[in-house]
Design a protein around this ligand. Structure first.
Ligand code: PLP
Length: 386
């Protein structure tokens, strides 16, 4: 297939090459306290060469804008889609599935984006990668970068869970602790790349982060042999949900499905900018984020406009849950399925508990579980106290 970037706002298109991040024509329209403007989406033209039935791995690869030979030798994606029997019985949902992205090499779904970014860097002979993160994007880029032979420099808030920091250091990344929020780390990392060069992997800012995450949707489709009825996704910056929509929309546009699932944006009460925008029609003044679910704790969602436009276009829904609901869902998920997920990811079960009466016992429903519980032990300890 043929690939290019397209600005969702003005429709201008760009070649996929180093140095292209936000749409130059739209990025200056960004207002203070609002999401960035001019996020680019990766469009693919043509049809995949491989068949989803006989060669699902190549079929999925056909949708990615970097050739297979550039991907680093590390097993990203291909995560299990499985049937949690006890939870099915407990909730009365016969066709409930878990897409377990904790099974990625560094323990989170972020590896899907890091994998594509690393392949792109290898294709263009780029050695240095810079990323800001609440924790998982950093540990992910560090790990996948290690496999790819890249130098990774990360900016994370000093409050990030210790395990994510230790992971990044283990993988050999250079870790810069920022005394402040993720939003500050984000700005610092961009300043750094503008001054010193290298490839920036910041979420949404680098369009490949969205394209990389769409493989989760493509795998759900090839695993099930159809698209599900409902998918629950934890949302912070809105890149995972944007990528998922892009994946399902690619399948729709190429005739592999005649519907797009109902996608639920699950957010924490203390960090719910996307869901508030979905209710109100647009983004409003940021509220300082405050939730136990660090991976979905953001003040201004970096992929806010893209996520919001996809949610509106495909009738997605927002579910906003409290930290208490997240912590008890975390314990319920662990003890009923054997899958220990970090709080951000357990939020999808909290969300499911809110909507299960309305979705019908036979609906094919997928919970996207994005990160391992071992990444944030202090958070999980709290669940044991309630
Ligand atoms: C990053 C992350 C999310 C949220 O993804 P966004 O693209 O920021 O919405 C959810 N869960 C985990 C484990 C993550 O690392």
């Amino acid at each position: 297939m043929k690939f290019y970037y397209k600005c969702l706002e003005c429709g201008l298109t760009y070649d996929i090459k180093p140095g292209v991040y936000l749409c130059p024509a739209c990025k200056n329209a960004a207002a203070p306290g609002r999401p960035p403007r001019g996020v680019l989406e990766t469009v693919c033209e043509g049809s995949p060469e491989s068949s989803p039935q006989t060669n699902p791995v190549d079929f999925i690869h056909n949708f990615l804008p970097v050739e297979k030979e550039f991907f680093p030798p590390v097993p990203v994606g291909g995560t299990p889609l499985w049937q949690p029997e006890n939870l099915r019985n407990l909730l009365g949902l016969k066709n409930l599935y878990i897409k377990d992205d904790t099974a990625n090499p560094t323990g989170s779904l972020k590896d899907r984006a890091s994998y594509l970014v690393a392949a792109f860097a290898r294709k263009y002979g780029i050695k240095d990668i810079v990323v800001a993160s609440t924790g998982n994007a950093a540990s992910s880029m560090a790990g996948i970068g290690a496999a790819a032979g890249l130098n990774v420099k990360i900016f994370i808030p000093s409050s990030a869970p210790k395990a994510k920091r230790v992971q990044a250091l283990q993988y050999g990344a250079e870790v810069n602790l920022v005394d402040g929020t993720y939003d500050l780390a984000f700005d610092k990392s961009i300043e750094y790349t503008i001054k010193n060069g290298g490839l920036n992997r910041n979420t949404a800012y680098n369009p490949l982060t969205i394209a990389g995450k769409k493989t989760a949707a493509l795998e759900i489709y090839t695993n099930l042999g159809r698209v599900p009825d409902h998918v629950l996704v934890p949302v912070g910056d809105g890149v995972i949900i944007g990528g998922l929509y892009r994946g399902f929309a690619d399948l729709y546009e190429k005739g592999f499905t005649d519907k797009i699932p109902v996608i639920y944006s699950v957010q924490a009460e203390g960090s719910s900018a996307v869901n508030r925008a979905l209710d109100n029609g647009d983004f409003s003044d940021p509220v300082p984020s405050n939730t136990i679910a660090d991976s979905i704790s953001v003040d201004v969602p970096r992929n806010g406009y893209y996520a919001l436009s996809m949610l509106k276009k495909y009738n997605g829904k927002g579910i906003t849950v409290s930290d208490g609901e997240i912590l008890s869902a975390q314990k319920m998920l662990s003890s009923s399925t054997g899958l220990f997920a970090e709080p951000s990811s357990a939020s999808v079960l909290a969300g499911l508990l809110r909507i299960r009466e309305g979705i019908g016992e036979n609906a094919v429903t997928v919970m996207l579980v994005t990160g391992s519980g071992l990444k944030d032990i202090d958070g999980a300890m709290k669940a044991l106290e309630i």
